[in-house]
Design a protein around this ligand. Structure first.
Ligand code: NDP
Length: 252
């Protein structure tokens, strides 16, 4: 059994379900000690128990990423209890498509608060550890979960796509800033993945559009994205996959 991430300390946000949950288990399986962050403490406790049962090490951090003080305190606990973080999967997010004419201002704000501001609070809190870890161990990874919506155009996804275009472009800029310090920065852009993400959609038209894709497309599984994250983190330190778009084969 090879453990390419042995000795590494990973932090996964949005780890209580979907992509983040699968990634946390996968990274632990590759040998990383893993801090798992989300709001639902019960889900995190179950995840930590599963990882420990498989022989891994995990730390639950119940926190809301839109609360900068809570994120800072979580970052302190990672350094104290697991060691300096050298892999961050910045993944908590929400997708609430709806026609702009519905003027769902609360849903616009929610997506911006979580996908943009929350993502930034996490970057702000953990970047010092990533830079320190890279100086000590030769490499660290900042992986932001973006979306194919950052590149393609889908009806009624304007605000969500805008937040993900931000994530991809921010990542490109941060790579230039942090690469010279041996911190690799990547944007992972999945197409449609079967998770809890779709269950929060309230607009009936958008729900039907999403569900309709199931007739022609086999959606990705969270594990598919988890393995992509594990792959890029295990590359030699000189290799930085800047942007990875991972699509269901039949999604156009
Ligand atoms: P899920 O809804 O299954 O997961 C979202 C995660 O974010 C949950 O763990 C949730 O946990 C957490 N979260 C939500 N709000 C907060 C908050 N305020 N503070 C901390 N954690 C929070 O969806 P996915 O796994 O699909 O989504 C993960 C990422 O992947 C998102 O950024 C999404 O935009 C992106 N993505 C998903 C695609 C898909 O088709 N599924 C496609 C492309 C990108 P809790 O509620 O416990 O806080």
């Amino acid at each position: 059994l090879t453990q390419p991430l042995a000795g590494r300390v990973a932090v996964v946000t949005g780890a209580s379900s979907g992509i983040g949950g699968a990634a946390a288990e996968h990274l632990a399986g590759l040998g990383a000690r893993v801090a798992v962050l989300a709001r639902r403490a019960d889900r995190l406790a179950e995840l930590v128990a599963r990882i420990e049962k498989s022989g891994g090490t995990a730390l639950a951090l119940a926190a809301d990423v839109t609360d900068p003080a809570a994120v800072r305190s979580a970052a302190g606990r990672v350094a104290d209890e697991l060691g300096t973080a050298d892999l961050l999967l910045n993944n908590a997010g929400v997708m609430l498509p709806a026609p702009v004419e519905e003027r769902a201002a609360e849903q616009w704000q929610h997506q911006i608060d979580l996908n943009v501001s929350g993502l930034m609070h996490v970057i702000g809190a953990f970047t010092p550890q990533l830079v320190r870890a890279a100086a000590e161990r030769g490499v660290a990874d900042l992986v932001n979960t973006s979306s194919v919506a950052a590149q393609n155009v889908f009806p009624n996804f304007a605000v969500y796509s805008g937040t993900k275009a931000y994530v991809t472009h921010l990542s490109r800029h941060l790579r230039v800033e942090l690469g010279p310090k041996d911190v690799r920065v990547s944007a992972v852009e999945p197409g449609i993945v079967g998770t809890e993400l779709q269950s929060h959609v309230t607009d009936e038209g958008a729900r039907q559009w999403l569900e309709g894709t199931r007739e022609t497309v086999e959606w990705l599984a969270p594990q598919d994205v988890a393995e992509t994250v594990g792959f890029l983190a295990a590359l030699p330190p000189r290799v930085n996959l800047q942007q990875v778009t991972i699509m269901p084969t039949r999604q156009t």
